[in-house]
Design a protein around this ligand. Structure first.
Ligand SMILES: NC(=O)c1ccc[n+]([C@@H]2O[C@H](COP(=O)([O-])OP(=O)(O)OC[C@H]3O[C@@H](n4cnc5c(N)ncnc54)[C@H](OP(=O)(O)O)[C@@H]3O)[C@@H](O)[C@H]2O)c1
Length: 394
């Protein structure tokens, strides 16, 4: 069998590391063309040593310079590139057939969209790409014949629970609703007062999943579920009212599809991102992921409604989805700014939802036809959210 040739955007992050772990379990099956990171030079050196890519890209020029020196020291045959244009170059190179899109945030959009236009098989972890550019991205996939496989555990679960030939027609497939499960995050049982006083350390301590800091804060605010609602709308052509959210603190049921005959098909497993990653890497074959077997004996599974009063970000995301146009891009950018400030200790946890609501109120009625429209909405939303958070501090 010819090996699949891969570029991994965001190789130095949590999803990137898990992807390389699965790849290493299947010698000869995958070939690494390029790995990318932003700041973590030593981790990239270690990955280059182990996986011998042709290219290593650091989006930060200073990190790229440092990496070049380290690669020379180690006498590795890896070419080091830098900057955002190089991300697109390695995501669209004719040599690759598969892209793992695992950069965090809207920073991943240009290269991932370019890969969609170039007709690659895209394993999509970078949900912000789809949140920001939904229609544009799906149009690019349809036009080029690219293949899109979801990595988010919830969407991967839904993908597995839908008929293999599902083409977005709910009626035809007898699908009534998509049920996204949410762990509820570390603040699920906290009072509104305790949430208001929450620290970054508390927010990143997720009960079930090990993840990057940004998605961990998103999980604590339930914005992660909100972004996933928007992601589900585009991935599966769902209307907002066909997407339901249920809190399931054990993170065993990764999501479900409800059918017209009353059947509900769920995908379950140990909470370990290597399962959806292996599913997408091997698709349509099932391959070993190194994941420990699900232990159900003695386990209790519970389900509850999300509380949008304590966690307003989820409702804000539904509102942005219904509003359409540039609203989801504005929501995403405002969230990225607020989460970064919160992690720096320069904004409170509740300021995240407040600044998103404020920014949506100011900007969410613009066009979203082109990548430039979306990038402009992103830039403006960052400015408005930043100014608002600055005022709150003053
Ligand atoms: N972790 C999970 O379990 C999980 C589950 C589902 C979906 N996702 C999604 O997957 C994506 C990645 O999540 P993660 O948890 O792996 O994040 P992470 O651990 O923070 O890793 C992010 C990766 O992106 C790189 N990066 C950061 N800013 C960048 C920029 N401006 N330009 C180019 N590269 C940049 C980082 O490089 P350096 O580290 O070198 O700075 C790193 O390689 C997110 O969209 C997240 O929502 C994650």
């Amino acid at each position: 069998m010819k090996p699949r040739v891969l570029t991994i955007l965001g190789a130095t992050g949590t999803i990137g590391v898990n992807t390389l772990d699965v790849v290493a379990r299947h010698p000869g099956r995958f070939e690494i063309f390029a790995l990318t990171g932003a700041t973590q030079v030593e981790r990239m050196v270690e990955q280059c040593r182990t996986h011998r890519p042709r290219f290593a890209v650091m989006s930060e020029p200073a990190a790229a310079a440092e990496l070049r020196a380290r690669i020379a020291e180690e006498c590795l045959a890896v070419e080091v590139l830098e900057g955002a244009a190089a991300l697109t170059e390695v995501a669209t190179a004719p040599e690759i057939d598969t892209l793992m899109a695992a950069i965090v945030g809207a920073a991943g959009l240009p290269a991932t969209l370019a890969a969609a236009r170039a007709g690659k098989r895209i394993l999509l972890a970078n949900k912000e790409t789809l949140v920001v550019s939904g229609q544009l991205f799906m149009d690019a996939i349809a036009a080029s014949g690219a293949e899109l496989l979801p990595i988010d555990s919830e969407h991967n679960a839904i993908f597995q629970a839908l008929p293999r030939d599902f083409d977005g027609d709910f009626q035809q497939a007898g699908v009534k609703a998509l049920w996204l499960t949410a762990s509820g995050g570390p603040f699920r049982t906290l009072s509104a007062e305790a949430i208001a006083a929450a620290t970054p350390a508390q927010a990143v301590a997720h009960p079930n999943w090990v993840m990057g800091k940004k998605i961990s804060v998103d999980s604590a605010s339930l914005m992660n579920k909100g972004l996933e609602v928007i992601e589900a709308r585009w991935l599966f052509n769902a209307r907002p009212e066909q997407i339901k959210v249920v809190v399931h603190p054990q993170s065993i049921v990764h999501s479900m599809v409800e059918y017209a005959d009353g059947s509900v098909i769920a995908q379950m497993g140990t909470p370990d991102m290597r399962t959806p990653i292996a599913y997408a890497l091997g698709f349509p074959e099932r391959i070993d992921a190194g994941v420990s077997a699900l232990q159900l004996m003695g386990r209790q599974l519970s389900f509850e409604a999300p509380d949008t009063a304590r966690f307003p970000c989820l409702q804000l995301a539904f509102d942005a989805l219904v509003a359409g146009g540039n609203a989801a891009a504005v929501l995403n950018a405002a969230n990225e700014v607020a989460v970064a400030r919160f992690l720096e200790g320069a904004a409170s946890f509740n300021a995240i939802a407040a600044s998103i609501a404020h920014t949506l109120g100011k900007l969410a009625n613009g066009a979203a036809h082109t990548l430039d429209d979306l990038l402009e909405a992103d830039r403006q939303a960052r400015r408005v959210a930043d100014a608002y958070l600055g005022q709150l501090r003053a």
